[in-house]
Write a protein that binds this ligand. Structure first.
Ligand code: AMP
Length: 286
């Protein structure tokens, strides 16, 4: 496929490209990914292209955000298809460092975020996760120094954590959230959906349906605790092992007693067989 897209794998080559964009006075937007790209990732790329003159996509499966028991070694890797999809979207630059380039021998820094990273949601089930995410995202932002960086609302707590980290460290990049891309039956797109068996795939949209149902009940005046209890029972009845179904303040992610104290975000995580799925919606917006 003929394309002007550049693919770089070293910090030196990255700096060279970014320097040329900046010398030409161009604005930059970064969309960080772990590859295995789907429509959700491509909607980030489209937002990046809308918001800035040059769109950079990073592809890096970050070992630091996986626990030893998690799926780092089997995480889907679809390099050729990813590059073709990014070229089709007219991505300007793909930043694809090796683990050794990102974490050279002797690397010894870890960024630890509190606030939205310690509210008892993902952090309670994946204690290693946000340290790994915050560190790699800080590095990606400092490596590329974009005007804007785009993140999916699909990983809502991650979006809040990255926003907090960039603000606290005075990183001069505006963090933008992009709505979750869904399959036609409502399932949030995820690189991990390929792990689902056909029977699990059929059951998986239950999470989104329960979120919508809880939101409707809360909007209709049913107390938060009762709405969530019904939702938890439906999720368990469908065969999931629930990690959490919670209503939180959309910005702080702190627990919320009443819809009046919102904006409210409903967040869920549950395992279906061996696959862990997460999803969330805004009470007011969906
Ligand atoms: P990942 O490759 O899963 O680490 O995701 C890279 C970026 O894509 C993150 O900002 C995710 O939140 C975002 N993303 C993943 N899935 C979706 C989706 N279904 N809709 C929108 N953004 C997504």
């Amino acid at each position: 496929m003929p394309t002007d897209m550049q693919v770089v794998k070293t910090i030196a080559a990255l700096r060279d490209c970014i320097g040329k964009f900046r010398a030409a006075g161009q604005t930059l937007a970064l969309a960080p990914t772990m590859g295995a790209l789907h429509e959700g990732h491509l909607s980030l790329v489209r937002t990046a292209k809308e918001k800035a003159e040059r769109a950079i996509v990073s592809i890096f499966v970050n070992p630091a955000q996986f626990a030893p028991t998690e799926d780092f070694s089997t995480y889907p890797r679809t390099w050729d298809a990813d590059i073709a999809a990014l070229a089709k979207e007219k991505t300007d630059l793909v930043w694809a460092p090796s683990a050794a380039e990102m974490y050279p021998e002797g690397f010894a820094t870890k960024i630890s975020v509190a606030g939205p990273a310690s509210v008892g949601l993902e952090d309670a089930f994946r204690p290693h996760f946000f340290g790994g995410v915050a560190t790699v995202v800080a590095k990606l932002l400092l490596q590329t120094l974009p005007d804007i960086a785009v993140f999916g609302e699909k990983d809502y707590q991650q979006l809040r954590v990255v926003t907090q980290m960039a603000r606290d460290l005075d990183i001069p990049t505006r963090i933008i959230g992009v709505p979750t891309a869904r399959e036609t039956d409502g399932l949030a797109m995820s690189s991990r959906n390929v792990y689902l068996s056909s029977e699990e795939r059929r059951v998986a949209p239950t999470l989104f349906r329960v979120l919508m149902d809880c939101a409707a009940k809360m909007r209709g005046g049913k107390p938060i605790a009762d709405s969530l209890q019904g939702g938890r029972e439906s999720i368990a009845a469908a065969g999931f092992k629930l990690d959490y179904l919670e209503a939180r303040h959309a910005e702080t992610l702190q627990p919320i007693a009443s819809v009046k104290d919102g904006p409210v975000r409903l967040l869920v995580a549950a395992k279906l067989g061996a696959t862990r799925l997460i999803d969330n919606i805004g009470l007011e917006t969906e």
